[in-house]
Design a protein around this ligand. Structure first.
Ligand code: IMP
Length: 501
């Protein structure tokens, strides 16, 4: 006979936290959001940790190299989408790994034979005043000089004047070698009163420019998630079909952590994929798996060697899996159940396998709830898709600025087969939709505000760390009437122009 769960499964919106005792030490600046990303043994430290408990979803409309750089700078990690060719995914990973904060590849370059007119054109296109002069006019050509707005006077010079006649020539420039660190570059900039420092290789080819103004912005990212060589950390999504080719390419590109991306993770395909990766690479690369929604699924993946396990079926904002297939579970209940299984596994085997709550986060406080319920970190799609750095197009629709956000199981993305039936047959129905989400500005500003809210609620619960929150949290289910009470009610909310509906 079928097994019945008699209790309904619940979503985050049906829960609230009850405050605990707040002491003087419970202030947001004292709170640490550090959290393990991959499995570790009792008494040891996780070999990879996040500085904030947020990762971005394995989706075309969310995690490309640009978003991955912005998120890693804030202390989280992105999983670059796998629904693209192996080479383009590997290129994205490589671009994140090659990114050097504060080291800019110049996009406004001149040749010695360029004219003042050419310079003005480039300025119009890029808005940049500082232009290296290279032999072939490319961003990595042999550096011959530098032009800034102080080198020319439009009112006194002919448009046809050649750049080589007014540039600062190479032998008068202060430059630094490729091995220079950002803080060394900054010292050179200050010692020589420069605005720009060109970084060159042993053949005088231009590598990067370092600007005086960028050092300050670099210092603003104390949370940056870096590897031992001070490169940003990056993850990538893989599937259980082409992994024998995709994984080696991603590892070559420098990926730090992989995740098998599937709407249903309790399967032989996932355990075989993990086994193959571990056999080939041992702990040279970490691999998460999922998604599951109960203890059985968790144990299966933990035993298979998953470095973390992802929870969630059908809760994603663009997801119609529950409607089309009738599988899934309320996300809060799934997290609570799997967290119990994770703790029991730790007790029994002395191995801690972090869990990630994936999908269904609507409000910032849902993240705090997920953490309090036992999640080590959360994966977000819609949240990140709204930001400037996300890959979706920014558009104005009905007077509102929006970004595009589409599911991996939507017709737009599914050619790549996350929702593949196996054996190469493609699905004939969709499991996700194509949508718009309100544009929300820069990732940094939003993540700063969200993490402040999480920290502040943690203070209300008397917790300075995520494990402490998980130990001390008191959670209550709320009735549907009290959910109404939770929003503004029985008042007419004013619009910004003081009108009201
Ligand atoms: P969100 O943060 O609520 O938008 O959910 C994002 C999560 O939804 C992803 O991390 C995936 O687990 C899941 N997801 C992505 N695309 C689809 C889809 O097309 N159908 C169902 N689930 C999806």
């Amino acid at each position: 006979m079928a097994k019945y769960y008699t209790e309904p499964s619940h979503t985050f919106s049906e829960y609230l936290l009850i405050p605990g005792y707040t002491g003087k030490e419970n202030i947001p600046t004292n709170v640490s959001l550090k959290t393990p990303l991959v499995r570790f043994k009792k008494g040891e430290n996780a070999p990879l940790k996040l500085n904030i408990p947020m990762v971005s979803a394995v989706m075309q409309s969310v995690s490309d190299d640009r978003l991955a750089i912005a998120l890693a700078k804030e202390g989280g990690i992105s999983f670059i989408f796998g629904s693209q060719s192996i080479s383009s995914q590997a290129d994205m990973v490589e671009r994140v790994k090659n990114y050097k904060a504060g080291f800019v590849v110049s996009d406004a370059n001149l040749m010695p034979t360029s004219t003042l007119q050419d310079l003005l054109h480039i300025f119009e296109e890029t808005g940049h005043h500082t232009m290296p002069v290279t032999e072939d006019g490319t961003s990595h050509g042999k550096l011959l000089g530098l032009v800034t707005s102080r080198d020319y006077r439009l009112s006194r010079m002919e448009p046809t004047t050649l750049v080589k006649t007014f540039m600062t020539p190479f032998d008068e420039l202060v430059t630094a070698p490729k091995t220079t660190s950002l803080s060394e570059a900054n010292d050179i900039i200050w010692d020589h009163k420069l605005n720009t420092l060109p970084i060159i290789d042993e053949n005088q080819n231009l590598c990067y420019l370092v600007f005086r103004k960028d050092y300050d912005s670099h210092k603003e990212n104390p949370n940056e998630l870096l590897d031992e060589e001070k490169r940003l950390l990056v993850g990538a999504g893989i599937n259980s079909r082409d992994y024998t080719e995709r994984v080696p390419a991603l590892i070559k590109a420098g990926v730090d952590v992989l995740v098998i991306d599937s709407s249903e993770g309790y399967s032989i395909w996932q355990s075989e994929t993990i086994a193959w990766i571990k056999k080939q690479y041992g702990n040279q690369v970490y691999v998460g798996a999922g998604n599951v929604v109960d203890e059985e699924g968790f144990r299966f993946l933990a035993d298979a060697g998953a470095d973390f396990v992802k929870i969630g079926i059908g809760g994603g904002s663009i997801c119609i899996t529950r409607e089309t297939k009738g599988i899934g579970r309320g996300q809060a209940t799934a997290v609570i159940d799997v967290a119990k299984a994770r703790d029991a596994y730790f007790e029994e085997k002395g191995i801690y396998v972090p869990i990630c709550s994936d999908g269904g986060i609507v409000y910032d406080y849902h993240m705090t709830l997920a953490l309090a319920m036992g999640a080590d970190f959360v994966m977000l799609g819609r949240y990140f898709s709204r930001f400037e750095e996300a890959p979706g197009q920014k558009l104005v629709v009905n007077g509102n600025t929006v970004k595009e956000y589409w599911g991996e199981g939507s017709a737009r993305a599914r050619n790549w087969g996350r929702y593949d039936l196996g054996q190469g047959k493609k699905l004939s129905f969709e499991e996700g939709v194509d949508s718009y989400v309100p544009y929300a500005g820069l990732l940094k500003d939003n993540v700063t505000m969200t993490t402040l809210k999480i920290k502040s609620t943690m203070c209300n619960c008397g917790a300075l760390t995520i494990p402490e929150l998980q130990e001390k949290a008191k959670l209550t289910l709320v009735s549907s009437t009290s959910i109404v009470e939770g929003g503004a009610h029985d008042v007419q909310v004013k619009n910004r122009d003081n009108s009201y509906k």
